[in-house]
Design a protein around this ligand. Structure first.
Ligand code: ADP
Length: 503
């Protein structure tokens, strides 16, 4: 294996290109018309246009991807996450065309892609599942009868689900049938498969998941857990490793269950088994048969480069740390997803040209990004701009480091949720590790614009006057690039003005 086509975009494409470069593999990028100037295109060894901006006409075009792979002489195809990463038919088509698919086999993907089938297999393998059924519901009436048996609240879920689509929480028997129709319709629209099942809706669980890595020699190891309880509409926003609640015994039990789950489907490559944890008990939620957005926190606490290892096991290498002694965890890592969303406006997606970007630096700070100055953020793709990841010896030190890094983060031209993350880092329950998937729901103030008291308003007014003066100076300063000036103030200019304002 000497060359890899990366069938993705954004930060994960950049991440994979970096791993390729470190391993001496030729990287082949693909892009849509909206991504001509995207970092992954500029960074790869080669780049090929797929088609117009909409994903269906570019990143989801299997025929075009295979044609580019042939033309570029690729040996392997890495799907990243999202797009085609969990489509069994894509993995199958890649293998059939004679390329290495960087991930598990099509059979494994399809077994885990259907949540009812995955639940059946997990039950058979002795992995605890969330109480509920393991077959698709036939009708609203059946949904109601079974929900009555399970006891409310229940959760209706799309069998083909992902991204929180086709999910409905139901509190009362009389609402089940309507919710069933809605979930089935949404699932049909999103996945082309209207199958829905029902499980118990747990009260205040935590989302804890186990990272796995399997090779083609029969080795499967776990690389400890990540906690991803801070979510909005069932989508993760902040992740960390290790979980503040799991002790060594808890990790061993969950790790064993995850390995059993993976063995049940002959897993190879990097994958994640997700669980809900409540009062010391844990239940299988689903398995993601791909690299996940939050993989860097695991990389930082284990020292294992997961993306490199995806490529290495795809090339047939055996995992050297699979001797049964376990992969040790050192320190603590936290990741904040920086999305182009306005947290204070209900996470409304924002668009625009990035005209100013400053990435935090210093000890223990990592930025996995997919943007650069001048890049136009549109509405065609996922709003993830990049991930800020901080590592330190202890959890509280990692939180303080993240707060510091977020303060240095500067982005203008498009809204982001960075200010929201700053509020989370300062919030007492988060700092003490008291988390549940209801964390944000229970704290609406974290997604509201903070109000200022009289003193703070005076400070801000003083700062504004000084910033205005700095801004004028920057406009008047001679420019080498012929640009008329008027650039936004840099972090340093703002710090200077703040110092002048006596803060
Ligand atoms: P998707 O594949 O759509 O992302 P998941 O099954 O992975 O859906 O669940 C996503 C999130 O939804 C979980 O992290 C959790 O917050 C919530 N969730 C899922 N199932 C349950 C449940 N039975 N009880 C409570 N919350 C749940």
């Amino acid at each position: 294996m000497k060359s890899v086509l990366i069938a993705n975009r954004g930060e994960i494409a950049v991440r994979i290109i970096r791993a390729c470069r470190e391993l001496g593999l030729r990287s082949i990028a693909v892009y849509s018309e909206a991504d001509r100037q995207a970092p992954h295109v500029l960074l790869a060894d080669e780049a090929y246009l797929l088609g117009p901006a909409p994903s269906a006409e570019s990143y989801l075009r299997v025929d075009r991807l295979l044609e580019v792979a042939r033309r570029a002489g690729a040996d392997a195809i890495h799907p990243g996450y999202g797009f085609l990463a969990e489509r069994a038919a894509f993995a199958g088509a890649v293998a059939e065309a004679g390329f290495i698919f960087v991930g598990p086999t099509a059979d494994t993907i399809s077994a885990m892609g259907d949540k009812t089938e995955a639940r059946r297999r997990m039950e058979a393998a002795g992995v605890p599942i969330v109480p509920g059924i393991t077959h698709p519901l036939e009708s609203g009436a059946e949904a109601r009868r079974i929900s009555d048996e399970i006891g409310y609240p229940v959760l209706l879920k799309a069998a083909a689900g992902g991204g929180g689509k086709g999910m409905r929480v139901v509190e009362r028997s009389e609402d089940v049938e309507r919710a069933f129709d809605g979930a089935a319709r949404e699932a049909q629209g999103a996945f082309g498969d209207g199958a829905v099942y029902v499980e118990k809706y747990l009260g205040r669980p935590r989302h804890i998941e186990i990272q796995l890595l399997g090779d083609t020699h029969g080795n499967i190891v776990h690389l400890a857990e990540r906690e991803c309880s801070i979510q909005r509409r069932h989508q993760k926003l902040v992740e960390e490793a290790p979980s503040p609640v799991l002790d060594e015994a808890g990790r061993a039990a969950m790790g064993d269950a995850a390995i059993r789950a993976a063995r049940a489907v002959d897993y190879t490559g990097a994958g994640t088994v997700e669980f809900l944890w409540q009062d010391g008990e844990f239940y299988f939620l689903e398995m993601n048969t791909r690299i996940q957005v939050e993989h860097p926190v695991t990389e930082l606490v284990t020292g294992v480069d997961l993306v490199q290892w995806q490529l290495r096991v795809a090339a047939g290498e055996a995992i050297p740390f699979a001797d049964g002694s376990g992969v040790p965890v050192t320190g603590h890592a936290i990741e904040c997803r920086i999305t182009s969303e306005d947290a204070e406006e209900g996470f409304l997606p924002s668009t625009g040209r990035i005209d100013h970007l400053e990435i935090p630096q210093g000890p223990g700070v990592r930025w996995d990004g997919g943007i650069r100055t001048g890049f136009e953020v549109g509405l065609h793709y996922d709003p993830l701009l990049g991930k800020l990841i901080c590592y330190a010896p202890t959890r509280l030190e990692a939180i303080d480091r993240m707060a510091r890094a977020l303060e240095e983060f500067q982005l203008r031209g498009v809204s982001s949720c960075a200010a929201f993350h700053r509020r989370v880092m300062a919030e007492p329950a988060f700092r003490s590790g008291e988390l549940s998937i209801r964390y944000l729901e229970e704290r609406p103030e974290l997604t509201r614009r903070p109000t200022l008291d009289a003193d703070e308003r005076r400070d801000v007014a003083a700062l504004a006057v000084l910033l205005e003066a700095e801004y004028r100076k920057s406009r008047e300063a001679p420019r080498m690039d012929g640009d008329g000036g008027g650039r936004p103030l840099s972090h340093w200019q703002q710090r200077f003005a703040a110092t002048q304002a006596g803060r």
